[in-house]
Design a protein around this ligand. Sequence first.
Ligand SMILES: [Zn+2]
Length: 95
Amino acid sequence: MATRLRLLDDAAWVSVNDEREVGTSEVWPVAETFCSCELAWLVVEAFVDVGVDGRRVEARPHGHCLNCGESGTTPWLPVGKVTDDGFELVEGVRR
Ligand SMILES: [Zn+2]
């Protein structure tokens, strides 16, 4: 089964199989990869890129850290996975 990924509304939403699954304005805990904080709290402002690796959906969001204010685009981070029942969001710290 192929997974259809799209960015909608000026990259404010990630659409997975024609459903809006992941939106901006979410705050993601991100370990080590983003700023000098041990744990960044990333306010997602836009999605620069989305991709799928097998059933795993990944994205590179642009945003800023709530702690230190650093802004930028992250490396690839997991967003969720496609299961037989639909789409399941990743929970907890992303790395
Ligand atoms: Zn930070």
